[in-house]
Design a protein around this ligand. Structure first.
Ligand SMILES: [Zn+2]
Length: 177
């Protein structure tokens, strides 16, 4: 269920994504909140490092030292793109109870990975997942990135599923006027 603060928090995540875009980096931004309190915000920081995703940067920023966060703290992760397997898995491992993302990632998104066969730890800890919050705005940033990137991966047609989703969204929006 979309909550009141979701649009606002996603706005902050979109701001982070724009910072990445301005540096020519794939524009993903992320925010972590505890209720209405913002604990941290980050964006993807390197072109060619698969560990420097927005969510991982954010996790390192917030969960450092002997932190005392628990699942009772109402921690929500906001991200402008559905998390990949690394970020989704790390989120499951952290005391985060809610995930809100803007754009679905038809290439590598793992938010809807089925966990029926997961070990007991992950069967007993459910997470609420909400997708599509400010999706079009996130999508426009990805479209801007795809139109301007010099990265070999994208120039040679990488992640064609993702690219098709972005193009379909932009086309649908254009047709709506
Ligand atoms: Zn990731």
């Amino acid at each position: 269920m979309v909550e009141l603060a979701d649009e606002y928090m996603m706005g902050l995540a979109l701001g982070e994504a724009r910072i990445a875009l301005d540096k020519g980096i794939f524009p993903v931004g992320a925010v972590l909140s505890a209720g209405n309190e913002i604990l941290g915000r980050s964006h993807k920081t390197m072109l060619s490092n698969h560990l420097s995703h927005a969510e991982m940067n954010l996790f390192h920023q917030v969960f450092k030292g002997d932190y005392t966060f628990s699942r009772a703290d109402d921690l929500t992760l906001y991200t402008t793109l559905e998390p990949c397997i690394m970020c989704f898995g790390t989120m499951l491992h952290l005391p985060i109870t809610r995930l809100v993302f803007a754009m679905d990632d038809t290439y590598g998104g793992c938010a809807h990975t089925r966990l029926e066969n997961a070990p007991p730890r992950h069967l007993s800890r459910s997470i609420e997942i909400v997708g599509g919050v400010r999706r079009l705005e996130a999508c426009k940033l990805f479209a801007d990135f795809l139109a301007t990137t010099r990265e070999e991966f994208w120039l040679t047609g990488g992640a064609s599923h993702f690219r098709a989703t972005v193009e379909a969204e932009i086309t649908a929006h254009a047709m709506q006027g």
